[in-house]
Design a protein around this ligand. Structure first.
Ligand SMILES: Nc1ncnc2c1ncn2[C@@H]1O[C@H](COP(=O)(O)OP(=O)(O)O)[C@@H](O)[C@H]1O
Ligand SMILES: [Mg+2]
Ligand SMILES: [Zn+2]
Length: 508
């Protein structure tokens, strides 16, 4: 007898509908899975066999063939265990095809028949909605995540037996309620900019970056607060929208980083990969493939501390995603795209010993050493960082006894106002500061500002890309200033944030 059960498999961040067909017929006892299964899907045979027996159903010794359609697309992961088991039970007359009709089933089976959490259930639930499924059968730890898709009832099931009992009506499960605790508008965080003393220029640069969604590089000696400042950037960014929260949650779900029982992620991501990270950990790759740090930072902040210490291939690999807001990761069967629209915050010392330009310590580096150190961060990468900033060592008094800084909430109010101004202008068809991802039209730059920009570009030998960065920064400054027009003062301030174009390779 032939059975068919609806399921899905991951392709990048999305799920592809899969029809699991099972035929059990006469012949030598065997169990074959066809339709481009990966190794984890192949191993379903052993898990399904044991789970069926240990759930006190029968696994008759006959010829069993599982076909995963469409046959030309790779199927990955252990999530097809459950639909395969249901198909076997239907094909062997232990469950009616009618009971399963319209349901989408997904989940990994343990040998004892219990259902385990799997990655990527949120995109699978979206696929179920697109298919018009009457319900989703998912492992209990994945249910809240699946219920983010509100239009389809989600059934949280602990075991294979519970699935059958639900389908046959022996013991119905009530659908998991969609939990929509919206984010508190004033997202509470233990971190606050108030605890950063002094450093007015760095605080200002962070505010500009937040307003424009721009990338920042902080250059300064150890212990001046670079890491402190970077960690506080998410506290001055607006809350995620629901659409953004769903995107972020999908990424963490597919990456297998969603804790059991959790629903939407409302916090902006803040990722701090170590400088030893491999290219595939940073950019994405491996089996699947899985999203890398740049995708885990989507809609949030990617913090690269000690920027020059990162591997050369990693730094070069950042260039394209910084430009495009997404990354294409190759795999055996085609390539997948992952979104990667993040704010980059990088920190570095001004030289190898760390004390170049420090009033309190003497730099022991030779000019050649300084140059080699700075050269590890290539010009093309620097060009894609909007704000370069020297963070000096403040007087000890200012650090110990200075007044606390302005709170994150107050700064964030200004950031939100600036972003709203930009959004209104965009809605009216004006020019938009789209951060590192393109700035269109210079129609709102006044003539004086253009003059300042032109002469500075010549004097500092700014390339086209760096000049564009200056305009993006000036755009954000004007928005913070409540001005749709970019004036000379905005450009003049923006030009101060090209420290490395000015000082690269030269001793201070
Ligand atoms: N501007 C500052 N305001 C308050 N504390 C600071 C400041 N700068 C440094 N500190 C103190 O020094 C420690 C080290 O700062 P950190 O941010 O790690 O410096 P960096 O990253 O520049 O090396 C912080 O944990 C904090 O206690
Ligand atoms: Mg640090
Ligand atoms: Zn030095």
């Amino acid at each position: 007898m032939l059975a068919a059960v609806m399921s899905a498999t991951l392709v990048g961040l999305d799920a592809l509908p899969v029809s699991v067909e099972v035929d059990v017929g006469p012949g030598l006892p065997s169990f074959a899975i066809v339709g481009l299964p990966d190794a984890a899907v192949q191993e379903a045979r052993e898990r399904v066999r044991a789970a069926i027996r240990n759930s006190r159903y029968e696994m008759p010794p006959r010829r069993t063939v599982v076909n995963l359609a469409p046959g030309d697309r790779r199927k990955e992961g252990p999530g097809l265990d459950l639909p395969i088991a249901l198909g076997v039970l239907i094909a062997t007359g232990q469950l009616s095809q009618e009971a399963v009709r319209g349901y989408l089933a997904i989940g990994e089976l343990a040998l004892d028949g219990s259902l385990r959490q799997i990655p990527g259930v949120l995109p699978v639930a979206q696929a179920g909605r697109a298919l018009g499924a009457r319900g989703l059968l998912v492992p209990e730890p994945n249910a809240v995540e699946a219920a983010v898709v509100e239009e389809v009832p989600v059934y949280a099931l602990p075991t294979l037996r519970a699935v059958i009992d639900h389908l046959t009506g022996a013991r119905r499960v009530t659908p998991t309620a969609a939990t929509v605790p919206p984010p508190l508008p004033a997202q509470t965080s233990s971190l606050d900019l108030a605890s950063v003393r002094a450093q007015p220029a760095a605080r200002r640069a962070l505010e500009i970056a937040a307003a424009g969604g721009l990338n920042v590089l902080l250059v300064g000696p150890p212990g001046v607060g670079k890491t402190m400042l970077a960690r506080r950037l998410p506290t001055i960014l607006p809350a995620l929208s629901r659409v953004e929260a769903v995107e972020v949650t999908k990424i963490y779900s597919v990456a297998g980083r969603l804790p059991a029982g959790s629903g939407l992620i409302w916090q902006r991501p803040f990722r701090t990969p170590h400088h030893t990270a491999s290219a595939s950990a940073m950019i994405g790759g491996g089996g699947g493939p899985r999203p890398g740090e740049i995708t885990l930072a989507h809609h949030g902040v990617l913090f690269l501390d000690e920027l020059p210490e990162f591997r050369h291939d990693v730094l070069e690999g950042l260039r394209q995603p910084l430009e495009d807001g997404m990354v294409v990761v190759a795999r055996v069967h085609g390539a997948v795209r992952f979104p990667a629209r993040f704010m980059l915050v990088a920190a570095m010392n001004p030289c190898a010993c760390g004390y170049r330009g420090d009033a309190h310590r003497t730099c022991t580096c030779t000019p050649g050493q300084v140059q080699r150190y700075l050269a590890r961060v290539s010009g093309p990468l620097l060009d894609r960082i909007d704000l370069h900033l020297e963070v000096p060592r403040p007087p000890t008094d200012a650090l110990l006894a200075g007044p606390p800084g302005e709170s994150s909430l107050r700064v964030r109010d200004r950031v939100i106002a600036a972003r709203e101004r930009a959004a209104h202008r965009a809605a009216r068809g004006g020019s938009i500061p789209t951060g590192p991802h393109g700035w269109r039209g210079i129609d709102t730059v006044d003539d004086g500002a253009l003059g300042v920009l032109r002469s500075a570009a010549e004097r500092l030998m700014l390339g086209a890309r760096a000049t564009e960065r200056v305009l993006c920064v000036a755009r954000a400054i004007a928005d913070l200033d409540g001005s749709d027009h970019i004036r000379s003062a905005h450009v003049a301030e923006a030009l101060q944030y090209r420290a490395l174009d000015r000082s690269a390779g030269r001793p201070p």
